[in-house]
Design a protein around this ligand. Structure first.
Ligand code: ZN
Length: 281
């Protein structure tokens, strides 16, 4: 199932926004990763934001985010393209840590406060674009915000949230990303800061409001939606892709693989298993 994304302009066309409900996407990520609550929250946030970054691309370009902190979750890898296809995985999906004092999931401790966020954009050129920043605290949205500001010199504010139900399914998940355009006045900047600060968590808002209603909370009547897009879980694995990745292994590794008639490989993103006839290698 597809998730709705709206993008457009606000505050006298001085601000660009993307807003997405990513509940179905994150539900699918929870199922494929078999993740417990805090892993779903961290992975859902990073995959939702990476999904939006994918929609900023064009012509089959792809973006990968690798968020690696020193906490128990390990690495969070999300990959998205301009079509809104997203896949994502986390090293240790079954991590359980105590809730924060306010009863919320402790994403920061699960991710770790020290580490890095690396962004790799495959822009169909010879070399991919890469940018890397130190983690700003491991709450995910802040780390991506910091990346945009430092690595892409684009003043950006991002809020992303995931609510996980008692059975580990996803109750709600969403992301709002706003960027100041070069023509933004200081008045617009002030207004934006105040309104973002006043906005409740997006995952809570999505329990009772539509994307359009949340945009009204944020921008009043001063916004226009330019485009409706979609995000959905989709993996790009295939037998041919696995064959290609085996074919580049070292000679003696291939020889060892070919000792068996067939081998079973599993995609880390979608858990699809392939029985590969080693004669094809
Ligand atoms: Zn796959």
């Amino acid at each position: 199932m597809k998730n709705k994304v709206l993008n457009g302009l606000a505050f006298n066309d001085e601000v660009r926004f993307f807003i997405a409900d990513t509940k179905e996407l994150v539900n699918k990520l929870q199922q494929t990763n078999q993740s417990l609550a805090v892993a779903s929250a961290a992975l859902g946030r990073s995959a939702s934001i990476t999904g939006i970054m994918g929609l900023m691309l064009k012509d089959n370009q792809e973006v990968t985010s690798i968020l690696k902190g020193d906490g128990p979750l390990g690495q969070l890898i999300s990959i998205a393209n301009d079509q809104g296809h997203v896949r994502a995985m986390v090293t240790n999906p079954q991590v359980e840590i105590p809730l924060k004092e306010n009863g919320k999931l402790d994403v920061r401790s699960a991710v770790g406060e020290n580490g890095s966020l690396k962004i790799i954009k495959n822009l169909n050129m010879r070399e991919p674009f890469t940018g890397e920043v130190d983690l700003l605290g491991g709450e995910v949205a802040e780390d991506f915000t910091y990346y945009f500001t430092v690595s892409e010199q684009t003043p950006t504010a991002i809020t992303a949230g995931v609510l996980v139900d008692v059975d580990y399914s996803i109750k709600s998940s969403g992301v709002l990303l706003v960027q100041l355009l070069p023509n933004a006045s200081s008045e617009t900047i002030d207004k934006l800061e105040t309104n973002i600060y006043a906005l409740k968590s997006i995952s809570n808002l999505l329990l009772e409001k539509s994307l359009e209603d949340i945009l009204k909370d944020m921008f009043g009547e001063d916004f226009r939606v330019l485009e409706e897009q979609n995000l959905e879980f989709r993996c790009t694995c295939s037998q041919e892709r696995f064959l290609n990745s085996i074919r580049v292994l070292k000679h003696d590794e291939i020889k060892e693989i070919k000792e068996d008639e067939t081998i079973e490989v599993e995609c880390h993103f979608c858990r699809q298993k392939y029985n590969i006839d080693t004669k094809l290698i």
